[in-house]
Design a protein around this ligand. Structure first.
Ligand code: NAG
Ligand code: NAG
Ligand code: NAG
Ligand code: NAG
Ligand code: NAG
Ligand code: NAG
Length: 783
C-alpha cells in the first residue's frame, strides 16, 4: 500500500473512530439487552416453559419445584438464578424454589441444583444422556444451606452453534430430537442460539418475488446434507434439488423451534442476505453487479456445483434483496429477534483491500439488514480474520468492524480456544465480541480438548482491561462427542472465576456415573493431563488412519509418511483405560460409564491402528513381505474389533444416522436422495471423477459401527492387497489403480440402500475387557 493511501486511511479511521470515542461502549449493549428483554414472553409463559423442561426431564418431580421469573434488579441488573428451599415446608410437595431472570436462567438453576446437590448429569448422548440414578426421591430432595445460592452471569450471552452444525448434526432431526436439544440448551444456559432451519423456504419466496422460478432454484440450493455450504456460496446444487415437501416440512419445523426458543426466553439468531444468489438473477437484472466466485475445494470445477454467484454489496439490488429477506422472516415468524448472522467475507475475499471500499461493503450489508429491521444487529463469525490473515490486516479489519454504528455488530471470536483474535486486535478494535470454543471439525469422533483453556480463557478475556467481551459460545461443527468438554464450557457462562479443573473433574465423574469410584477418578486425572490437554492447537485432528485413509504411494519414499496427530503419551492413556475397566464391576449399570468406556477403548485402539499402519508401510518399503502380511492382518482385525466395540452402544451406529434420514422421506425418490446425501457426507463428501477423489473425502468421517465394517474395511483391505501384490510381483505400487477401485467402490456404497443396525448389541464392558486383554494384556505388554 502506498504511503498516500495509508495517510488517507488514517484520516478515514480517525473519523470512523470518533463515534466510538464518544459513545460509552456499554451503553448500546445495555440498550440492546433492554430491547431484547422487552421482546420476551410474560413471566407465566416462561415459568410454564421451564416447568415443561422439568416435566420432560424428571416427570416425577414436577411438584417438587417452584419456578419464578424475577426482574434483573434482584441481581443488580444482571441475569441470574437463585436456588433456595421452599419455606415454610409445604404440604403440597414443593421442596425447592428456583428463580431466574428468564426461563433459561430457571432451567440453568434447576440443572445447577441437580448437579451440585443431587449429583445428576445431562449430556448430549443419544440415549444415555441423563444420569439420575443418584437423585433422592421426591419429598426428600437435599436442602440448601441458609439462604440458598445466587449465581449471576458474568457476561450477558451464551452463544451456541456453528453455521455448519445444521448440516453435520441437525440435518435429519425431527421435532422430538429438536425438543431434546432445546431442553439441553436451556439447562446449559444457552440464550443466543442460531436458528437456521427452514431458511430455504424463505429464500424460495423471496427469490420468486424477484421473478426467479422454482425450477431456477433447483440448481441453487444444495441437497439436505449440504445446505450449509450452499447457503455460504461455497457450492450449489450438490445433493439437490430440494423437494417442496422438504422445504415445507423444514419451515414447519423452524416455526416449532422458534416458538420453543422464545417461550424459554432465548434470543434466536436468524440468517440474513450475504449476496449469494441463483445464476438466473443475472438474466433478470442484466446490469446488476454480479461476480462469479472461484472454485471452492472442488476437483474439476464441475459447473453443476462449482462457482456460485455473488451480488456485490455495493449494488442497490443487494439492499433490496437483503431487506426483502428480513421482512419475509418477520412476516413468517413475527418479531422474534434483532440479531442476524451474516458472513459475506468468509472464505471469499473482497476484490480489493482498500479499507474505504471494505467499509462501504460492510455498510451495505448492514443497511440491507437494518432496512428490514431497524434495530438489526449484525452477528459475524470472526473466522475470516483467522482463515485469511494475509488479507485481513489491521486496516482491513478495522474498516469492516467499524463500518457499522458501534453496538450494531457483534463478532464471534470463533476459535478463541486455540487462536484468540481478541488478543492481537485490541479486542476487535473495541467491537463487542463473544469468546467461542470451536473445538470440533466435521463432527469427527475423537476424544480431544483443552480443559485448562476452557476453564480460564473466558475469565482472562473478560477481566482484561476495557474488555469488550459480551459472551461465551460453543461453535463446534458437529455435536454428540466429548461430553466433558461441553459440560465445562457451558458452565463458563456462569463462572466468574477460573475453575479448578482437577476438583471439578472429580465431581464431574461422580455426577456422570452416579457414584464416586476411586479408579475412574484416577483415570480422569490421567485424561486431564493427556487427551484433554491438547495444547498444540492443531486444527484438523482427523488423522486417524482407519477413518481418514492416507491416499499415498508408499514406494515413493521421497514423500514423508503421513503423521497421525498425537499429543499425549499413549502409554498413560492405556493405563487410564485399565483403571476404567477396573471400575467396571461398580459401574457396569451406568450407561454414561459405558459410553465413556466405549469411547476411550476406541480412542486407544485407533491410536494403536495408526502405529500398525505405519509399521505395515515401513515393512513394504523394506520389502519385508512377512512383516507386511502380519501388520496388514492386524490393521484389518483392528477395524473389525473397533466395529464390534462401537456396535455395543447406540451412540456409535451408522444405522441411526441413515434411519433418521429415511424417516424424513415422503416417497421413494426422496428416500434414495436422503440416503445418498447421508452416506455421501460422511465419506466422499463432494464430487469425484473416476481417478480423482473429492478433496474433502473423509472430512466428516465417523467412528460408527457399520461404517467401519461396511466402508473403511473394504477400502483398507483393497489397499493392502495392492501393497502385497506389488511386493510379490516385484512391481511398483499401482496407486492409480487402487484409487480407481476405491472411488468406484465408494460411489456404489454411497448409492446403496442396504440397512445397518439401529440398535446396539453386545456387552460393552465384556467387549472392552476382551479387547484390552487381546491388545494390551500381559503377553502383549510391549507398548
Ligand atoms: C404448592 O404450594 C405453593 C405455595 O403455596 C404454590 O405456589 C404451588 O402452586 C402449590 N403447588 C401445587 C401443585 O398445588
Ligand atoms: C417480475 O415480473 C413482473 C411481470 O413481468 C414485473 O411486472 C415485475 O416488475 C417483475 N419484478 C421484478 C422484481 O423484476
Ligand atoms: C462491481 O463490483 C466489483 C467487485 O466488488 C467492484 O470492484 C466494482 O466497482 C463494481 N462495479 C460497479 C459498476 O459498481
Ligand atoms: C481503557 O480505556 C481508558 C479510557 O478510554 C483508556 O484511557 C485506557 O488506555 C484503556 N486501557 C487499555 C489497556 O486499553
Ligand atoms: C499441559 O501441557 C502443557 C505443555 O506441555 C503443560 O505445561 C501443562 O502443565 C499441561 N497441563 C496439564 C493439565 O497437564
Ligand atoms: C525386482 O525389480 C528390481 C528392479 O525392477 C530388480 O532390480 C530386482 O532384481 C528385482 N528383484 C527380484 C527378486 O526379482
Amino acid at each position: 500500500m502506498s504511503s498516500f493511501s495509508s495517510l488517507f486511511l488514517i484520516l478515514i479511521l480517525t473519523v470512523a473512530l470518533l463515534p466510538i470515542a464518544l459513545a460509552e461502549p456499554g451503553e448500546t449493549i445495555q440498550a440492546l439487552l433492554k430491547r431484547l428483554d422487552s421482546k420476551r414472553p410474560s413471566p407465566s409463559v416462561q415459568e410454564a416453559a421451564a416447568k415443561a423442561v422439568l416435566k420432560r426431564l424428571l416427570p416425577g418431580y414436577v411438584s417438587s419445584f417452584e419456578f419464578k421469573i424475577v426482574s434483573k434488579d434482584v441481581c443488580g441488573g444482571k441475569s441470574c438464578f437463585l436456588i433456595s428451599n421452599y419455606s415454610p415446608l409445604s404440604k403440597n410437595g414443593t421442596e425447592i424454589v428456583v428463580k431466574g431472570t428468564t426461563a433459561i436462567e430457571i432451567a440453568s438453576g434447576l440443572y445447577w441444583y441437580l448437579k451440585y446437590w443431587c449429583g445428576a448429569h445431562v449430556s448430549w448422548d443419544k440415549t444415555g444422556g441423563i444420569q439420575i440414578a443418584s437423585i433422592s426421591k421426591p419429598g426428600s430432595l437435599p436442602l440448601l444451606e441458609d439462604e440458598g445460592v445466587t449465581i449471576q452471569r458474568p457476561i450477558p450471552w451464551n452463544y451456541y452453534q456453528n453455521v455448519v452444525t445444521s448440516s453435520y448434526s441437525y440435518v435429519w432431526w425431527d421435532w422430538k430430537r429438536w425438543e431434546k436439544e432445546i431442553d439441553w440448551m436451556a439447562l446449559h444456559g444457552v440464550n443466543l442460539p442460531l436458528a437456521f432451519t427452514g431458511q430455504e423456504a424463505i429464500w424460495q419466496k423471496v427469490f420468486m418475488d424477484f421473478n426467479i422460478s422454482k425450477e431456477d432454484l433447483n440448481g441453487f440450493f444444495g441437497g439436505p446434507a449440504f445446505l450449509a455450504w450452499a447457503r455460504m456460496g461455497n457450492l450449489h446444487g450438490w445433493g439437490g434439488p430440494l423437494s417442496q415437501n422438504w422445504l415445507d416440512q423444514q419451515l414447519g419445523l423452524q416455526k416449532q423451534i422458534l416458538s420453543r426458543m422464545l417461550e424459554l426466553g432465548m434470543t434466536p439468531v436468524l440468517p440474513s442476505f450475504s449476496g449469494n444468489i441463483p445464476a438466473t438473477l443475472k438474466n433478470i437484472f442484466p446490469s446488476a453487479n454480479i461476480t462469479r466466485l472461484g472454485n471452492w475445494a472442488s476437483v474439476d470445477a464441475d459447473p453443476r456445483w462449482c462457482c456460485t454467484y455473488l451480488l456485490d454489496p455495493s449494488d442497490p439490488l443487494f439492499v433490496e434483496i437483503g431487506e426483502a429477506f428480513i421482512r419475509r422472516q418477520v412476516e413468517e415468524y413475527g418479531d422474534v429477534t434483532d440479531i442476524y448472522n451474516c458472513d459475506t467475507f468468509n472464505e471469499n475475499t473482497p476484490p480489493t483491500n482498500d479499507p474505504a471500499y471494505i467499509s462501504s461493503l460492510g455498510a451495505s450489508v448492514y443497511k440491507a439488514m437494518s432496512k428490514g429491521d431497524k434495530d438489526a444487529v449484525w452477528l459475524m463469525q470472526g473466522w475470516l480474520f483467522y482463515a485469511d490473515s494475509v488479507f485481513w490486516k489491521p486496516p482491513q479489519m478495522k474498516a469492516l468492524l467499524h463500518s457499522v454504528p458501534f453496538g450494531k455488530m457483534i463478532v464471534l471470536d470463533l476459535f478463541a480456544d486455540v487462536k484468540p483474535i481478541w488478543k492481537y486486535s485490541s479486542q476487535f478494535y473495541d467491537t463487542p465480541y463473544v469468546w467461542c470454543m470451536l473445538h470440533n471439525f466435521g463432527g469427527n469422533l475423537e476424544m480431544y480438548g483443552n480443559l485448562d483453556v476452557i476453564s480460564s480463557g473466558p475469565v482472562n478475556a473478560r477481566i482484561t482491561k476495557n474488555s469488550t467481551m459480551v459472551g461465551v459460545g460453543m461453535c463446534m461443527e458437529g455435536i454428540e462427542h466429548n461430553p466433558v468438554v461441553y459440560e465445562l464450557m457451558s458452565e463458563m457462562a456462569f463462572r466468574s472465576e477460573k475453575v479448578q479443573v482437577l476438583d471439578w473433574l472429580k465431581s464431574y465423574s461422580h455426577r456422570r456415573y452416579g457414584k464416586a469410584v476411586h479408579e475412574v477418578e484416577a483415570a480422569w486425572e490421567i485424561l486431564y493431563h493427556t487427551i484433554y490437554n491438547c495444547t498444540d492447537g492443531i486444527q484438523d485432528h482427523n488423522t486417524d488412519f482407519i477413518v481418514k485413509f492416507p491416499d499415498l504411494d508408499p514406494s515413493n519414499t521421497s514423500s514423508a509418511l503421513p503423521q497421525a496427530h498425537l499429543w499425549y503419551s499413549t502409554h498413560k492413556v492405556i493405563n487410564a483405560l485399565r483403571l476404567f475397566l477396573n471400575a467396571g464391576n461398580n459401574l457396569a449399570g451406568s450407561i454414561t460409564y459405558r459410553y465413556d468406556l466405549v469411547d476411550l477403548t476406541r480412542q486407544v485402539l485407533s491410536k494403536l491402528a495408526n502405529q500398525v499402519y505405519s509399521d505395515a508401510v515401513t515393512a513394504f518399503q523394506q520389502k519385508n513381505a512377512k512383516a507386511l502380511n502380519l501388520h496388514t492382518q492386524k490393521f484389518i482385525q483392528l477395524i473389525k474389533d473397533v466395529d464390534v466395540l462401537l456396535a455395543s452402544d447406540d451412540n456409535f451406529l451408522l444405522g441411526t444416522w441413515l434411519q433418521s434420514a429415511n424417516m424424513l422421506a415422503k416417497n421413494h425418490h426422496e428416500l434414495r436422495q436422503y440416503e445418498w446425501n447421508a452416506r455421501t457426507q460422511v465419506t466422499m463428501w463432494f464430487d469425484n471423477t473416476e481417478t480423482k477423489q473429492s478433496n474433502l473425502f473423509d472430512y466428516a468421517n465417523k467412528f460408527w459401527s457399520g461404517l467401519l465394517e461396511g466402508y473403511y474395511l473394504p477400502r483398507a483391505s483393497t489397499y493392502f492387497q495392492y501393497l502385497i501384490k506389488s511386493l510379490q510381483e516385484n512391481e511398483s505400487f499401482k496407486l492409480e489403480e487402487w484409487r480407481r477401485e476405491w472411488i468406484s467402490f465408494s460411489n456404489k456404497w454411497q448409492a446403496g440402500m442396504e440397512p445397518y443396525p439401529v440398535k446396539a448389541k453386545g456387552d460393552a464392558l465384556a467387549i472392552s475387557k476382551a479387547l484390552y486383554k487381546e491388545y494390551f494384556g500381559k503377553k502383549n505388554r510391549k507398548i
